[in-house]
Design a protein around this ligand. Structure first.
Ligand SMILES: Nc1ncnc2c1ncn2[C@@H]1O[C@H](COP(=O)(O)OP(=O)(O)OP(=O)(O)O)[C@@H](O)[C@H]1O
Length: 665
């Protein structure tokens, strides 16, 4: 945020994928629910049928029962001034648009009324059936959509766990969160609502068009004349809206990334008084998000009135031209125009406009879901950098003999951060790694559990290359205690149990005693059952370290990687941590990025890493005596510890060492 981190999204816009590919991938998720989808399809057809048949029935109500009544009364026989006095064909009872029933020409009022009631009742039943079918259709589609979404979210979450650490250093947590929450919720809306609407609308359109053309070709063509314009407008607007929606998805990803960083880094922000800068940066992201959304809304909003205007034009054409032919008593397209036919066509044209508007508006919704789907599939397609070799075997229980042979490592091609590292750790040895910041210490230890891979050379454990075994079997035998251990918002008990879920409560407590954490845990409000705040909030830094040590002790790995915390804790806690560490390290092959003199003193080997190379190695005393790089580090970083903190095992610092340090003699 402050330094302008790389935005994955920016890269993403450069390579948009095809809509059909994304839809086809969605299709695969729907496959298990084919039976439900088939039912939805049937309901869709029934629903459309109800909508197509009802205008015709209304038209027939007019032609079969209402018009004859008027004719019989003789009311329709008065010609308008200037018009042909011959009555039109539709004025003949029982003819024209009347296929539902045969009505005798001399039918009395009772017969006509009975027929009308029958048609009204039929229409009422159809409307009820149509509504029920529609409701069921949406329910079933929503049900299927939710199942598909659940599957998608699980896959994304699983995949996030398989991705290598490198991916997380390149991408922002907030953006990833946005994919799982915002993008899936857009897809959810589309799947549970928009898709059915668009499908049923599409079917309705074709059906109505077919009906209009078969009932009266010329009149049908007239009614459909505006359709090409409607389609063109829809295509143009929805295309623009899709682009705009894609942008909004990116921008909301940025807003989330800013939020996540703002909240996670609030301590640093406040400490460096960067609130204003942060708020300004967030304001800019928000403004970009707002603009993108307004653009998208503008296109969506402009489409509906455009279609509405075209819809009115169609109504005017049908009513105007149909009315003229009716009044003149002229046939249109070789067939008679009846009042019922005009009413039927008016209802069709209105029904026609509705799905076009719906489709266009919801299509943008579906477009937005497709954009969301693309982002999710992009994430799912991300290949983890660290892969198991085909046929990788589990690493058998190890002794802990670790060898680095001519190891090179790089994050950016051509820029090695480790250059020709050679080292050997015998089982049970403690290797302390020291060196200036950025020297490559973390990179060195990260190669052992394969968080990253070597670019040349090899890392072996008991003679087996770490790249030849399964990741789980490798990592299970390596314990890691980081500077800032992540504690989950769960009980203390479960946090310690994290690396060995099957451990009993007694084993957890024994590990806590070894880590000198038992005392303070028992003093917590609920003891071991105390639920920790997010990231272990509510515990001091030292207490969190003790829990991390207990966690590693319980997992009981043969190899341990320890990044000693640099933050200073009070002397008593420091002593506890040192004592706990000594016990934890005993008997295990340990790689310690060391910040404590006591660890370094007790180490079997101290490796001095500078600029990716081991420039010195040996025991603490030997290195001091050499008066080289280590000696310089010792004088600047560690010497004060000789006086300030007594060593963990109760031995007091040996002042003679300071006095006796070679440079001071
Ligand atoms: N994920 C990464 N992507 C790109 N470069 C990285 C990454 N991690 C570390 N580096 C670079 O590799 C070099 C070595 O980093 P590393 O973290 O191993 O050093 P370190 O000795 O552990 O430093 P420190 O003591 O500050 O933790 C540094 O120049 C760093 O900028």
């Amino acid at each position: 945020m402050i330094g302008g981190p790389r935005r994955l999204l920016e890269q993403e816009t450069l390579k948009p994928k095809s809509v059909t590919t994304t839809l086809a991938r969605f299709g695969r998720y729907f496959r298990p629910y084919w039976a439900v989808l088939l039912l939805v399809l049937v309901l869709l057809v029934v629903n459309a049928w109800v909508q197509v048949i009802s205008p015709e029935l209304i038209g027939q109500a007019v032609d079969c029962y209402l018009a004859p009544a008027v004719v019989n009364e003789g009311a329709a026989q008065q010609p308008l001034p200037g018009m042909d006095a011959t009555p039109g064909p539709a004025a003949t009872p029982g003819q024209g648009n009347c296929w539902y029933d045969t009505v005798p020409a001399d039918a009395g009022r009772d017969v006509l009324l009975g027929g009308l009631v029958r048609i009204v009742l039929t229409l009422s039943v159809l409307f009820v059936v149509g509504s029920a079918v529609g409701g069921l259709m949406f329910y079933l589609m929503g049900w299927t959509g939710q199942h598909v979404l659940r599957q998608l979210r699980i896959e994304v979450f699983n995949h996030l766990h398989r991705l290598s650490l490198g991916y997380y250093s390149r991408n922002e947590v907030g953006d990833l969160m946005s994919r799982i929450t915002n993008d899936t919720s857009t897809i959810q809306q589309a799947l549970s609502f928009a898709l059915v609407q668009v499908l049923s609308g599409g079917l309705l359109l074709f059906w109505i068009a077919y009906k209009m053309l078969t009932l009266n070709l010329a009149y049908g063509l007239l009614g459909l004349a505006v359709v090409p314009l409607m389609v063109a407008a829809t295509l143009w607007f929805s295309n623009q809206a899709r682009k705009a929606f894609r942008k909004t998805r990116q921008e909301i990803g940025n807003v989330n990334a800013e939020l996540e960083e703002g909240i996670s880094g609030v301590r640093e922000v406040q400490a460096f008084s960067r609130e204003e800068a942060n708020i300004e940066s967030f304001r800019q992201s928000n403004a970009a998000n707002r603009d993108a959304n307004i653009r998208a809304v503008a296109y969506t909003a402009a489409l509906a009135p455009t279609l509405e205007a075209l819809g009115y034009l169609a109504i005017a054409l049908v009513a105007g031209v149909g009315g003229i032919y009716l009044l003149r008593g002229q046939p249109l397209g070789g067939a008679a125009v009846s009042l019922g036919l005009i009413i039927t066509y008016l209802a069709y044209v209105q029904r026609f406009n509705q799905p076009i508007q719906q489709i266009s508006v919801l299509w943008t919704n579906i477009q937005s879901a497709i954009a969301g789907g693309e982002r999710i599939f992009d994430l799912l397609d991300e290949v983890p950098e660290i892969q198991e070799r085909p046929g990788a075997q589990p690493l058998p229980p190890i002794q802990g003999h670790v060898v680095y042979r001519d190891v090179y490592a790089e994050y950016t091609p051509g820029e090695p951060v480790l250059k020709g590292i050679n080292l050997e750790a015998q089982p049970g040895q403690t290797i302390a790694i020291v060196g200036p910041t950025g020297a490559g210490k973390t990179t060195l230890v990260n190669l052992l559990p394969r968080f990253y891979d070597v670019t040349a050379g090899a890392v072996t454990i008991d003679g087996v290359d770490v790249r030849d075994v399964t990741l789980a079997s490798l990592r299970r035998q390596i314990g890691i205690v980081l500077q800032d251990t992540f504690l989950f918002s769960d009980t203390v008990m479960n946090n310690i149990r994290f690396g060995r879920p099957e451990a009993s409560d007694e084993e957890v407590m024994a590990a806590a005693r070894l880590a000198r954490a038992d005392d303070f845990i028992r003093r917590l409000p609920e003891g071991y059952q105390t639920v920790l705040g997010e990231r272990g909030g509510g515990l001091s830094q030292g207490q969190r370290q003790l829990i991390a040590i207990a966690r590693a002790a319980l997992a009981d790995p043969r190899i341990l990687i320890l990044d000693e915390a640099t933050s200073s804790v009070d002397t008593r806690t420091e002593r506890q941590i040192q004592a706990a560490l000594e016990q934890l390290l005993a008997g295990r092959t340990s790689f310690v990025i060391a910040h404590r003199l006591s660890t370094i003193r007790n180490a079997d080997q101290v490796l001095v890493l500078v600029n990716g190379e081991i420039v010195e190695r040996g025991r603490h005393e030997e290195l001091l005596a050499r008066q080289g790089v280590y000696y310089g580090l010792y004088m600047s970083q560690f010497r004060h510890m000789e006086v300030e903190a007594p060593s963990a095992n109760g031995r007091e610092a040996v002042p003679g060492l300071v006095e006796g340090a070679p440079g001071e003699r």
